[in-house]
Structure formats: structure tokens, C-alpha cells
Design a protein around this ligand. Structure first.
Ligand SMILES: Nc1nc2c(ncn2[C@@H]2O[C@H](COP(=O)(O)OP(=O)(O)OP(=O)(O)O)[C@@H](O)[C@H]2O)c(=O)[nH]1
Length: 215
């Protein structure tokens, strides 16, 4: 993520096979729904979002579900924020999302900006993931959830991305304003204090000495 100003972000798109990761990404970038893509391919997209005040350069990594664990871990460490997608008509994709969520928690803790997306809500009559299960998936993360249909419209996709960018921005501000927490930082803080104390003492001594010189 770019420092000081929010000028760019790296977004990771994760989810089980065939949940609509590519459809989502392409819909967001081109505003079009394209039905068929080569399955299981990883692709890095770049996209410039031009707002009223500034530009944000996004890198969006659309992943393949069957990537090796090592690759997954590398991607998770790379990301500023993550979209975790599952399909409401596919139970295995829900289970995959649960596993991926545990991996995110383990590698980045609960402060990785994350949005959960339940996709294919145009096919709700064939639903196989219950509303309760969707709520459970959130456990461990304080993250927003969206129910969308990439096939049916642009609105849900835009809302998801806007929400994720808000979370990423918030995390950036937090990182820039919170004091360093490492033990080294505490020691150097204490060192600074004691150095200041001795400087004050030395300064007082010199003032007293120079007064007595005058007298
Ligand atoms: N009905 C419906 N179909 C969708 C929706 N989103 C995606 N699809 C379809 O689901 C299939 C898989 O979509 P992809 O975007 O390729 O899914 P993916 O997660 O990238 O798939 P892999 O890369 O193979 O893991 C395609 O045939 C899409 O057209 C949706 O909201 N509704």
C-alpha cells in the first residue's frame, strides 16, 4: 500500500472453484458480465479508479482455487485487503471459504481488511448454504457481508469494492497514527527520557556554575 496518502491498494480475490471470482473482477473493471472464462487461471489486473478528488491504482489478483499452499500464503501476505467469495448454491464453496478464512486469520490476524461475498443470489431457489452458515463464516472477523449476483447487476459489485476500499483506508490511517509497539521502541523511548533528564541536570549545573562565576 502506498504510504501517507491512499493512492493504491492490492486486492486479493479468494474463493472456491467456480464461485464467480473472475466474473466479479471483470464486472468491476469493465462493468460487463461475461459468462465464460478459462477455469482455474490466476490473473493480476490493474485498474485506475478516478474519484472526484484523487486517483487510486488498484492491483486485483484473481486467484485459482487449487493453488499450492505456499502460493496462497505468499498472496495473503501481499494483500492490503481481501474479498472472500463463495456461491450460495454450492456447499463445497462455503466449506472452502471457511478453510480460507482460517488461513487468513492465521497469517494476518483479524485486522486484514476483509469482505465476505455470497454470490449467485439470482439462483436462490437452488440455495444450499443457509443464512446461519453465512453468519458463522464471519466468526473471528469483524467484516461486512454482501449477498450479490454478479450476473444480474453492477450495483452489488460496486458496493463490495467500495466497502473494501473504506476498510483498507481505515487500516492505513490506523497504521500511520498508532505508536510503534515493538519492545525496541519502548526501550528507545525510555532511553530518550533518561537522556533528557541528564541533559536537564547538566544544564542546571552549568547555570549554577556560571552564576557563581559572576558573583
Ligand atoms: N447464475 C450465475 N452465474 C454466475 C454468477 N457469477 C458467475 N457465474 C458463472 O459461474 C461460472 C464460474 O464463474 P467464474 O467467474 O469463472 O468463477 P471463478 O471463481 O473465477 O472460477 P475458477 O477460476 O475456475 O475457480 C461461470 O459460468 C459464470 O458465468 C452469478 O452471479 N450468477
Amino acid at each position: 500500500m502506498s504510504q501517507k496518502r491512499f493512492t493504491g491498494a492490492k486486492i486479493l480475490v479468494l474463493g472456491g472453484s467456480g464461485v464467480g471470482k473472475t466474473a466479479f473482477t471483470v464486472r468491476f473493471i469493465t462493468k460487463r458480465y461475461i459468462g465464460d472464462y478459462a477455469p482455474n487461471t490466476e490473473m493480476l489486473y490493474t485498474h485506475k479508479m478516478v474519484g472526484s478528488r484523487d486517483e487510486v491504482n488498484l492491483e486485483i489478483l484473481d486467484t485459482a482455487f487449487d493453488m499450492p499452499q505456499e502460493t496462497l500464503e505468499k498472496h495473503v501476505r501481499w494483500a492490503d485487503g481481501c474479498l472472500l467469495i463463495y456461491s450460495v448454491i454450492d456447499k463445497t464453496s462455503y466449506q472452502a471459504a471457511c478453510t480460507l478464512k482460517d488461513c487468513l486469520l492465521q497469517l494476518r490476524g483479524s485486522n486484514l481488511p476483509l469482505v465476505l461475498v455470497s454470490n449467485k443470489h439470482d439462483l436462490l431457489t437452488a440455495r444450499s448454504v443457509s443464512a446461519d452458515e453465512s453468519t458463522n463464516l464471519e466468526g473471528g472477523f469483524d467484516c461486512p457481508r454482501f449477498q450479490i449476483s454478479v450476473a444480474e447487476g453492477q450495483e452489488g459489485v460496486t458496493q463490495v469494492m467500495e466497502e473494501l476500499l473504506v476498510l483498507i483506508k481505515r487500516e492505513l490511517v490506523k497504521a500511520l497514527t498508532s505508536p510503534p509497539t515493538s519492545p525496541d521502541a519502548t526501550v528507545s523511548g525510555m532511553e530518550k527520557k533518561s537522556r533528557l533528564y541528564y541533559m536537564k541536570k547538566a544544564f542546571k549545573k552549568r547555570v549554577v556554575r556560571s552564576r557563581s562565576d559572576i558573583l
